[in-house]
Write a protein that binds this ligand. Sequence first.
Ligand code: NAD
Ligand code: UDP
Ligand code: UDP
Length: 325
Amino acid sequence: MHIRKRVLVTGGAGFLGSFLCERLLNDGCDVLCVDNYFTGARRNITHLLDNPYFELMRHDVTFPLYVECDEIYNLACPASPIHYQHDPVQTTKTSIHGAINMLGLAKRTRAKIFQASTSEVYGDPEVHPQNEAYWGRVNPIGRRACYDEGKRCAETLFFDYHRQHGLGIKVARIFNTYGPRMHPNDGRVVSNFITQALRGKPITVYGDGSQTRSFCYVDDLIEGFVRLMDAPDEVTGPMNLGNPGEFTILELAEIVIEMTGSRSSIDFKPLPGDDPTQRKPDITFARETLGWEPRVALRDGLKSTIAYFDDLLREMDDISLGRLN
Ligand code: NAD
Ligand code: UDP
Ligand code: UDP
């Protein structure tokens, strides 16, 4: 008899988590999705609810959780600055207490555990592109610190549980990822620019738009997650996962305007504090260890993301105009 792997996904109703749950179900796993719906939404996973191997649990990872599983993907944490700065103390609690609880669970069940860390651990970097050996430059008391330091301390916990208790760990440092099911009001650059362009509103470029980011399409990232989890035990990471293609924010604005055929103008706004000036992953380690690299070009990924937001905005307009019953 085929024994299904039991996989726990925390933050499974979020943007990345919902794609991960879908992928794991397709791979024949039994999936337990845990989420407190802070930034996630049931609509991201309603299409999975009929699957007998999918189970959904409303739970906050800052509280202990006793379940049985073979693997854990720990994604629970608000990811966009607007969301994680809304209640910064809760963000730190989610990162740290959440990591301790999930590591405790992994220790008891001897499950392998994956941590969704972030390029934010590099802060506003002095080296470019960033590789995993770089220790980062983070302001410990700034507005991003609840997230950045929370994620840095979570990495510390993962490596200490690994060294002290022999846990199998996998730490991925995720760079900006985009795609369908991003939260429409999360304030992130891709979702903001697309919704602004589709509504014909001015595109808000912060600063002069010369800061750079690298954008990875969600499908590519999820492939990296699964490959890292399946890699041999000695591959613990931290491992950068992202798309090394680098664009200025102004370039992104221009591409989105062109692809949506929008007449939106560009509105330059003040740059938020601690906004990193450049960010681009060095993915040599992932390429050499997992044979992984992103395949989806920015314009291809934007096409399906724009289509998603186009549908979503129409649906939201229908609701506000009372056209749906
Ligand atoms: P998201 O906000 O869509 O998903 C996070 C999920 O975690 C949501 O469903 C939310 O409700 C849930 N959650 C938050 N606090 C929780 C708690 N205390 N208990 C249980 N559930 C909780 O964001 P995402 O983009 O899918 O990010 C997923 C993970 O990947 C996060 O850990 C984030 O830090 C990391 N990450 C994402 C990106 C990116 O570009 N999307 C980049 C770097 C790191
Ligand atoms: N924990 C959990 N589920 C488990 C086992 C542990 O949520 O199945 C939590 C528990 O609250 C504990 C934390 O994980 O405080 C850390 O566990 P660990 O075994 O490392 O430490 P201890 O139990 O000694 O505090
Ligand atoms: N940004 C922007 N306009 C927006 C939203 C974001 O110019 O409407 C900029 C932001 O200042 C940053 C970049 O786009 O330089 C990426 O922002 P995001 O919040 O998406 O991610 P992060 O800063 O965490 O990489």
